[in-house]
Design a binder for this molecule. Structure first.
Ligand code: JFZ
Length: 311
């Protein structure tokens, strides 16, 4: 059957990956451990663009291993992978020609990890999807929510969409083969017309590529309840709950409060029985290492599925 949502409905379980420059401070700024989610550091500390951008000079993940990340997803029983191509900090974790603020041009690594992940996903049979922050962008002068560098009154959101979002989406949708979905996030300032035009843009380039519920204005292909949400009963329509393994999406050195494997298995079963997908996050560190407690837990979920799942 030709429903573009079919693979997604049948997948049930996906791997979310938050990986970016925020993995370098890893939740510690000016010697202080921050209490909030790691990837929000630039915003919460009102770090100037130039200061934050300087982190890129330290990004050289010697242990990055795309095959191992995708294998871990497979071992856990996950069938799709959603990785941060660009989070709210505006830094592209892939090769872009839109600006030099990206992992290839601005880091000593000079490498595009999405090429490796696309290849490994193809090889190992996992759907590749990209997270893309279409509204918040703390680096672009016209992006939403950085008003410590750029006064809000001077912002032109249409220009941001035209000069950054659409050209970058075009790259993501033309350079890595078929993309399962673009996981848009945090629609806070864009108008309905703007969300609609982003959606149309995606579908024009890859008609079967899904668009997450956080494109905004009810224009997604499926719904996203709030993070870590557990529905009280069976849900109508298509739903996906995204969740953290500890209390952060982006890596933090001092967040050691991990959910138990038992909790994860129960949650997975609960969600799936109610018709929702489970998108579970890992936050690799700046060397490209997935925290050992995350690996352990994902493998335990996979082992349980091996014994009890229906494959
Ligand atoms: C967003 C991001 O701001 C965050 O950094 C992370 O990427 C997460 C997956 O998504 O945060 C949200 C967005 C929406 C809700 C909660 C957190 N929500 O609707 O409950």
């Amino acid at each position: 059957q030709n429903d573009p949502l079919r693979w997604w409905r049948e997948s049930r379980f996906g791997m979310f990956i938050h990986w970016g420059l925020y993995a370098i401070p890893a939740g510690v700024w000016q010697g202080q451990r921050v209490p909030y989610i790691g990837e929000w550091m630039m915003f919460r500390e009102k770090i100037p663009v130039a200061t934050y951008a300087a982190l890129a000079a330290q990004f050289h993940p010697r242990h990055f291993d795309a095959a191992a990340w995708v294998r871990l997803a497979k071992q856990a029983g996950m069938r799709y992978l959603v990785i941060t191509a660009k989070h709210h900090d505006g830094f592209a974790m892939y090769r872009t020609s839109v600006n030099r603020y990206n992992v290839v041009d601005a880091t000593p690594w000079h490498h595009d990890p999405m090429v490796d992940l696309a290849r490994e996903c193809r090889r190992q049979g996992v759907r590749l999807c990209f997270y893309y922050s279409q509204d918040l962008d703390w680096h672009h002068p016209d992006g939403a929510w950085n008003d410590w560098d750029y006064p809000a009154a001077a912002k032109n959101p249409a220009r941001y969409l035209r000069e950054k979002v659409k050209p970058q989406l075009r790259e993501l949708l033309t350079r890595y083969g078929p993309v399962g979905m673009i996981w848009f996030d945090t629609p806070l300032t864009l108008t309905k017309a703007q969300s609609a035009s982003i959606r149309r843009f995606v579908k024009k380039l890859q008609p079967r590529c899904l668009v997450s519920g956080r494109i905004g204005h009810g224009l997604g292909d499926y719904n996203l309840p709030r993070d870590n949400f557990l529905p009280p009963g069976r849900l109508e329509g298509d739903w996906e709950t995204c969740a953290t393994l500890n209390h952060t999406w982006g890596f933090k050195t001092h967040d050691h409060e991990w959910k138990s494997a038992e909790n994860l298995i129960t949650t997975l079963v609960d969600l799936v029985s109610k018709g929702a997908n489970y998108l579970l996050n890992i936050g690799p560190d700046a060397d490209g290492v997935v925290p050992a407690p995350s690996v352990q837990r994902l493998r335990a979920v996979g082992a349980w599925l091996e014994r009890n799942g229906d494959a």
